[in-house]
Design a protein around this ligand. Structure first.
Ligand code: SAM
Length: 245
């Protein structure tokens, strides 16, 4: 089925993605701030506020494509330490940075780091209360497979939240955003990481990702119910939510 986007060749795409994140891992966090002018922090905070993890009981949380731990750390903080977060990423270099950050924040007791592919999760069925993925699902070659895996590992009553760059819905913002993405981000990437090419790739991958409605359809097709989304910053980012009922 077509969801209004062109999947890029599988193994080739994953290899390219791995190379990109291996190259940028050490500078990933500072680049995030520069590229989004700090907005990624606001969007991530909003995602965790939407999740609203409980503060009075255990909460098994999986953060896929979790990279350097940004979402997991926020979930643990928001739960007053009740959440156990598993940070899963295909890239060991990103996880290494995440583990160092967790150690510095004294969060190693609440965090587990797992190197694995979102398309084949190494967990039994019905393991987690929540599955989050922030700015990661567009990098996965087979998004439909990753969504089915999300459904499988969630407990009944569990929730999926996906934060991703999306389709800007304000014409004036669209122009500024295009200029920023294609003209500013690769040179900033070159300055900070010594290589602009990975960021060129990242910007292009945003263009290829399905828009809000199409992605919502994909989530429903994976079995999720009550699928909704909300836009942030005029649709630069969108948060999709679905429930395994
Ligand atoms: N979630 C973090 C954040 O919001 O800061 C990191 C996002 S980063 C843009 C994308 C992450 O997706 C990278 O760490 C990359 O290694 C990971 N990734 C790409 N393909 C993946 C896959 N097939 N399975 C798991 N993680 C993957």
């Amino acid at each position: 089925q077509s969801y209004g986007f062109q999947p890029v060749g599988d193994g080739e795409k994953q290899g390219r993605v791995n190379e990109v994140f291996h190259k940028v891992a050490q500078r990933y966090d500072v680049m995030n701030d520069l590229m989004s002018a700090g907005l990624h922090r606001i969007w991530k905070n909003a995602m965790v506020a939407a999740l609203n993890p409980p503060r009075s009981r255990a909460f098994a949380h999986l953060d896929v494509a979790g990279g350097t731990g940004d979402i997991a750390f926020r979930v643990i903080d928001a739960s007053d330490g009740m959440a156990q977060s598993t940070v899963l990423d295909i890239n060991g270099s990103m996880l290494e940075v995440g583990r160092d950050r967790a150690a510095k924040r004294n969060l190693l007791n609440n965090c587990t780091f797992v190197e694995a592919n979102a398309e084949s999760l190494p967990f039994p069925d019905r393991t987690f209360d929540a599955y989050t993925v922030a700015f990661g699902i567009r990098n996965v070659p087979h998004i439909d497979v990753a969504l089915k895996e999300a459904f499988r590992v969630l407990k009944p009553g569990g929730r999926l939240l996906c934060l991703e760059f999306s389709e800007v819905d304000l014409p004036f913002l669209e122009q500024a955003y295009e200029a920023w993405s294609f003209k500013a981000i690769p040179p900033i990437g070159r300055l900070v990481t010594g290589d602009g090419e990975p960021y060129q790739y990242l910007v292009e991958s945003i263009r290829k990702f399905p828009n809000q409605e199409n992605f919502a359809t994909m989530i429903g097709d994976a079995g999720f119910e009550r699928v909704t989304y909300r836009n942030y910053s005029g649709g630069i980012a969108a948060l999709h939510s679905g429930w395994k009922l």
